[in-house]
Design a protein around this ligand. Structure first.
Ligand SMILES: [Zn+2]
Length: 129
């Protein structure tokens, strides 16, 4: 699932996307099943200052509590943003995603950004009080 961004590679502009991601629940901390597949809507923008990605990710699934082991439903909407670059010298900076071609793996970028935001301990509403 790659987004075609060729039209903004050399010129400023915006490419919008709306995608459903077939992520394995095991790729997201604590998730055991999806009630609906993760879904995101957003844009990739090329400005004179550089490339950026902004999206809203919707997650709705079954999670397992780290503390009591209960399975619970968790749903949320997460604003995500990423900085992209097509310049190789920036690759040492982990905050940047490298654009290697006219196609962008939106799924991988958003999953990485979501996992970075996600707490490392998943607690059900009862244990989280
Ligand atoms: Zn719990």
């Amino acid at each position: 699932m790659a987004l075609d961004i060729r039209k903004i590679l050399d010129n400023p502009g915006v490419v919008s996307f709306e995608e459903t991601f077939n992520w394995e629940p095991s790729e997201v901390i604590g998730a055991t099943a999806w009630n609906s597949l993760p879904y995101a809507k957003g844009t990739v923008t090329h400005k004179p200052s550089g490339f950026s990605l902004a999206a809203t990710l919707s997650i709705c699934g079954q999670f397992t509590c780290d503390h009591c082991g209960a399975t619970f439903r968790q749903a949320g909407i997460f604003p995500l943003a990423a900085v992209l670059t097509d310049e190789l010298e920036d690759t040492d900076n982990p905050d940047y995603y490298l654009i290697t071609s006219g196609e962008l793996d939106i799924s991988e970028i958003l999953r990485s950004e979501y996992v970075l935001q996600e707490p490392t301990t998943i607690l059900c509403p009862t244990c989280d009080e």
